[in-house]
Write a protein that binds this ligand. Sequence first.
Ligand code: 13P
Length: 334
Amino acid sequence: MNKDILTKTVSHLLLPSKGILAIDENLNTCNKRFEKLDIPATVEKRREYRELLITAPEIEKYISGYILFDETIRQNTKDNKSFISVLQSKGIEIGIKVDKGVEEFSPDSSEKITEGLDGLSDRLREYKNMGATFAKWRAIYNIGENIPSPKCIKANANIFAQYAHICQRQDIVPIIEPEILIDGDYTVEKCYEITAKNLDIIFSELQNADIFIPGIILKTNMIISGKEATVQASAEKVAEMTIKCLKEHVPNNIGGIVFLSGGQSDEKATLNLNAMHQIANLPWPLTFSYGRAIQNKALRSWAQNSKDTVIIQKLLLESAKINSLASVGKYQSK
Ligand code: 13P
């Protein structure tokens, strides 16, 4: 493990006013999003869409890293430039989703465990040779009666530690993404309680495995009310509780923290991040790593008229820009 390489990658990813764009939807998720908008779920359509996201002019002003899926990291533009070379020419770091999705944790529970450690070291070696400098691994948790259970939390945390260890051995920065799903009618306080417990267990596993904490990035959910909750916490409340939770349950020397948008509206994801940056003295870099909240408008526009690439890429740029402003607390809603 070369700590200098890891910290350099982290600092480049988390430069002020920049964030990370997630375009690493697996085949299933990407196809589902396409089908909802009557877009054919084909390899070529996925390539065509990702080409627009990757070649958007000036996106590097707001985005420091792209997280790709295995299919995408191997693809080229229609004039045969590799996606990797296009991103590298803009100074953008290449990230790769390396988990293999989730499985039932046990036959009698609805909880999920993330898979993909088998062969991970070889896969990472290949991605690194291709140009990847960081990776992502996601675990998901539903809030419900007696879930997430301590057993499942611990099992996923232990896997995060193994994944992080394998990444850091190869000087790849691991993004650790424990996502409390937005589904449900839970309160913002419940979200706080579960996220805090989960983070405690994850960082205890990471520390036991001697993970180099300044060389990792945490990608987390914000502390919000469940999607179906009748009372929805305001941006100020979300900001206050999220920062409190992160300050109390994440080591101060972590490389940085980024958020997923998780199905919040685009506007909420931006406003919440902006509100967090009204709070002084954050001990770590804090920015976005959104998928949907940055892609939504561009994807809808592409579905309506795939030929109008200027408009589609402008919409992507605009979403990246407002989140860049929010990441330094300078976003003003219209
Ligand atoms: P969303 O912002 O759409 O939640 O995606 C982020 C992500 O990387 C999910 O794994």
